[in-house]
Design a protein around this ligand. Structure first.
Ligand SMILES: *Cc1c(COP(=O)(O)O)cnc(C)c1O
Length: 232
């Protein structure tokens, strides 16, 4: 099946209220362009250098394409991430948010973020404690991060065939979102980024507002194609 066919199939099955982030990591700019031509406008990448090379190129022709950073981010990559991204969905520590604010202020850009929460045994990424997230939201509500708009939460479910574990992970994120939204009504914490190629249907049942799908759109990733340029 083509990228276009894959996209159409997923969009048909996805409720209209749920956003689709097409995860194009390890796929070339030509694949992104194919997806854009099939009507997709929001993409996710997890490595900043790869994303910058690819999307600087894609944006020459398609300047309005949106890019979300969804992978673990090192502090020394934040400047470049803030330059190229519309959103950073993988904020997993206080210092990272502080650095995003600093770099966004420098270029007078307002950037959206999601806080990644650790909800599954096997994944290591994300904030480990709810308290840490809530106290950071309190700072955001006080206006400590004027160039950052916190819009909600992200998680990765454990990689397992046990659907109950996967569902449980999504339920944890939804519960956190409801609690945080009630505690900080001045912030708009409505987004729940959860669900990937293997588990997005469960995620949607559990209240996902944004699924991140790579393999089911673009096919298997070729990890030898690490450059992420235009080469096919
Ligand atoms: C790679 C990746 C995805 C997409 O995974 P698929 O299984 O290919 O759909 C989603 N979220 C994150 C954080 C990723 O790194």
């Amino acid at each position: 099946m083509s990228i276009k066919d894959n996209l159409l199939k997923i969009k048909e099955a996805l409720p209209q209220s749920v956003g689709l982030v097409a995860v194009s990591k390890f796929h070339p700019a030509s694949a992104v362009i194919e997806a854009i031509q099939a009507g997709q406008n929001v993409f996710g990448e997890n490595r900043v250098q790869e994303a910058a090379a690819k999307f600087d190129e894609v944006r020459k022709t398609f300047p309005d394409v949106q890019l979300r950073i969804i992978g673990q981010l090192q502090r020394n990559k934040v400047k470049e991430a803030v330059r190229i991204a519309d959103a950073i969905d993988s904020v997993d520590r206080v210092e990272l948010l502080e650095e995003i604010e600093k770099q966004a202020a420098k270029i007078e850009k307002k950037i959206q973020v999601l806080f990644e929460f650790h909800t599954g045994e096997e994944s290591k990424s994300g904030f480990q404690s709810e308290e840490e997230i809530l106290s950071l939201l309190e700072r955001a509500a006080r206006g400590d991060f004027p160039h950052v708009e916190v819009r909600g939460f992200m998680t990765m479910a454990p990689f397992t065939d046990d659907q109950n574990l996967v569902r449980g992970s999504f339920k944890i994120l939804k519960a956190l979102q409801e609690k945080a939204a009630a505690a900080f009504p001045a912030l708009n914490l409505s987004e729940l980024s959860m669900g990937m190629s293997g588990d997005w249907k469960i995620a949607v049942e559990e209240g996902s507002t944004m699924v991140r799908i790579g393999t089911a759109i673009f096919g298997q990733r070729d990890y030898s194609n690490a450059g992420g340029g235009a080469a096919k």
